[in-house]
Ligand binder design. Structure first.
Ligand code: PLI
Length: 466
């Protein structure tokens, strides 16, 4: 017995009952939801793998912190606990609390970006790019090519391609690039990490040109785990030490606490530059809340401060990613095409390969997510054409990756839930030829994937198995 299993470093004290639905009920529910899993009611979902955002189970220690919420309007004790946690574990000097990640993205974009600027990044994220464009910037993807190949086995598919970054600097000039946003890990690429060697090089190059490096630290702990497992020289370093080193190659970070930090709400912007932090706080008080609470209640800040300390524990992150890899390996063994290597927060099904009979315009990943729900009651999410949205000229973007994301909440589901999920996916993939394409019947202007509605193109139902 050489191999240690990934078993959870916790036991269960309270449970939340789930609803079991029939296939007929699910067919009705998804049709009513306009074939958009974001529009399903959670009461109609059995295993909810829509997102790992805000869906984690908090520990008893975090829940006890909720009772210690200091709800003073100004100067809440809990803010100072959160500030200490961010300074200790991430190493940034100035903390600007926000209601969640996009609040931080909004403020950062407004204080840093001028009309006509360019913001390079390692693949887009929906809300991040939205705020960059809203501030008058143009996002430029400078991730390595392998990130766009679902089957590449590159260990650090999230890496920045330094040649692409240098070319951009030469083309537009460093003065037009206020900062680079580096996601660790890269969500839309399948939860893929960035190596420390790459972060170090990016920071050196950018510093030479006066370009700031801002991490999207939303899943930085998961990124640190992959560095520990895959990067030479780091196997004996703690996650906490690796995280500090990662952040040392940046000037600040945006953070959605709803992921790594094991809380249901909260986020922050951190900066080392005091003047920029002061500018950020001026916007904060207008859009989020006072400088010592952002959009959070005192109790939320306490839960996040405690969650940060738990999130950097090596045993925690090994079990968290171990569970994701367990599901991924089940699907790989069943011959299901998924993004490889298996990422940190979810397993991503390759809808292009699973549904070769559908054109990208027929929204294969949206259709596959609907069919999986009908088959199994498992709710995943489209991460393809619908999520990519339209470019500023109004044309549909066609990302190379057309994926369904099965995102694993932290400390919530059991190994048996992963088994049932894998069975549901296998069943739907075996019947893939019965899945029909979809078309938009309602398309909102911004971040369309959240609220869009669809209809099957050629039949009444998206997925009918006789
Ligand atoms: O959902 P927010 O506003 O707390 O955070 C936005 C956000 C920023 N960056 C990254 C990498 C994210 O993954 C992210 C949110 N992700 C969601 C909601 C998700 O389901 O992946």
């Amino acid at each position: 017995m050489k191999k240690r299993s990934w078993a959870e470093p916790f036991k269960i004290k309270m449970v939340e009952l789930l609803t079991m639905t029939t296939r007929e009920e699910r067919k009705r529910a998804i049709a009513e939801a306009g074939y958009n899993t974001f529009l399903l009611r959670s009461a109609d979902v059995y295993i909810d793998l829509l997102t790992d955002s805000g869906t984690s189970a908090m520990s008893d220690y975090q829940w006890s912190g909720i009772m210690l919420g200091d709800e003073a309007y100004a100067g809440s004790k809990n803010f100072y606990h959160l500030e200490e946690a961010v300074q200790q574990y991430y190493g940034y000097r100035q903390l600007v609390p926000t209601h969640q990640g996009r609040g931080a993205e909004h403020i950062l974009s407004q204080i840093m970006i001028k009309n006509g600027d360019y913001i390079p990044g390692n693949m887009y994220f929906t809300t991040t790019r939205y705020h960059q464009e809203r501030a008058g910037g143009t996002f430029v993807d400078v991730i390595i090519d392998e990130a766009h190949e679902s089957q590449s086995s590159h260990p650090f598919k999230g890496n920045i391609d330094l040649t692409k970054l240098r070319d951009l600097i030469n083309r537009v000039g460093a003065e037009k690039i206020p900062y680079i946003s580096v996601q660790v890990t890269v969500n839309m690429a399948g939860g893929q990490p960035v190596s420390l060697a790459n972060l170090r090089e990016v920071y050196a190059l950018c510093s030479r040109h006066g370009i700031k490096v801002i991490l999207d630290a939303t899943r930085a702990i998961e990124n640190a785990y992959f560095i520990q497992q895959r990067e030479a020289g780091y196997s004996t370093k703690t996650i906490a030490a690796i995280l500090r080193e990662m952040c040392s190659y940046s000037d600040g970070a945006t953070m959605s606490g709803k992921k790594d930090s094991l809380v249901n709400i909260g986020g922050w912007l951190a900066l080392n530059d005091e003047d920029k932090a002061s500018e950020a706080r001026s916007l904060l008080v207008a859009f989020e809340g006072l400088q010592t609470y952002g959009g959070m209640a005192g109790r939320d800040m306490e839960a996040m401060a405690r969650g940060i300390a738990e999130s950097v524990q090596d045993d925690h992150i090994r079990a968290r990613i171990g569970q994701v890899q367990y599901l991924g390996n089940l699907l790989l063994e069943a011959g299901i095409p998924v993004v490889t290597p298996i990422g940190g927060h979810g397993v991503f099904l390759d809808a292009r390969v699973i549904l070769p009979h559908l054109e990208q315009e027929q929204l294969p990943a949206q259709a596959l997510a609907s069919a999986l729900y009908i088959e199994s009651g498992v709710r995943g999410m489209e991460r393809g054409t619908v999520s990519a949205g339209r470019d500023p000229a109004g044309n549909n973007r066609h990302p190379k990756l057309e994926l369904v994301r099965l995102t694993i909440p932290r400390r919530v589901y059991t190994q048996a839930h992963m088994d049932v999920t894998a069975e549901g996916v296998s069943e739907v993939v075996q019947n893939a030829d019965k899945i029909r394409g979809l078309k938009f019947i309602f398309e909102p202007e911004a971040l369309r994937f959240f609220q869009a509605r669809f209809a099957p193109i050629t039949a009444d139902q998206v997925y009918e198995v006789p």
